[in-house]
Design a protein around this ligand. Sequence first.
Ligand SMILES: Nc1ncnc2c1ncn2[C@@H]1O[C@H](COP(=O)(O)OP(=O)(O)OP(=O)(O)O)[C@@H](O)[C@H]1O
Ligand SMILES: [Mg+2]
Length: 226
Amino acid sequence: MEILKCKGVRKVYGSGNSQVTALHGIDLTVRKGEFTAIVGSSGSGKSTLLHILGSVDRPTEGTVTIDGTDLSKLTPAQAAIFRRRKVGLVYQFYNLIPTLTVRKNILMPLTLDKKKPDQEYFDQIVSSLGISDKLEALPNQLSGGQQQRAAIARSLIYRPALLLADEPTGNLDQKNSREIMDMLKISNRSLEQTIILITHDEKAALDAHRIITLEDGQIISDEYRR
Ligand SMILES: Nc1ncnc2c1ncn2[C@@H]1O[C@H](COP(=O)(O)OP(=O)(O)OP(=O)(O)O)[C@@H](O)[C@H]1O
Ligand SMILES: [Mg+2]
């Protein structure tokens, strides 16, 4: 099943002399359960593409459809709700709310919708992420790796159609990076979570089923592994 379809996506930043074309017509289809890595040099357009796929930003031209919804048809308010329910976003810095416990941070997307968590699913993700004993702590009482795992738990709590991660291990040491990558693999295998991961780490890219290389805003290679 197709979960993501991106057609002719162009992105131009700025105007006049300071115009930058960050994406030149990206066509991309991702099926449910795929684990895709996006690689490419700095400035090649990786984060721009991820933001557009996550409905954080809009393309200048082209369309993005996620789980049957054409993102261009959404008002800004609808896009915010869509993002919260359908897309999990994980960044290099964890963006946890410092004054809320880890538990409340993880549950935030549901709380905003006045929804109760499925306790079994909550327990499953926090225990597989190894943070069950940190739920009542504040984010700054956790290590970087633990904070990133809490951020991943938050991104998974809504069972998103798509998990988008922009260098989620960029701020972590080797051991923590390994653990985060293992968690992503587990959620991909056991929850059939569709993942798109931006990484500079060649080893991490090798964990994916598919590696897409961007250069100057274009896909220059798209390879399935195995
Ligand atoms: N808000 C913005 N306004 C103007 N130009 C931007 C903006 N965001 C990105 N760009 C430009 O668009 C191009 C692509 O940037 P992008 O952040 O997508 O690259 P990236 O592949 O994620 O790089 P990195 O690996 O360094 O994170 C770059 O030339 C960048 O300078
Ligand atoms: Mg980037």
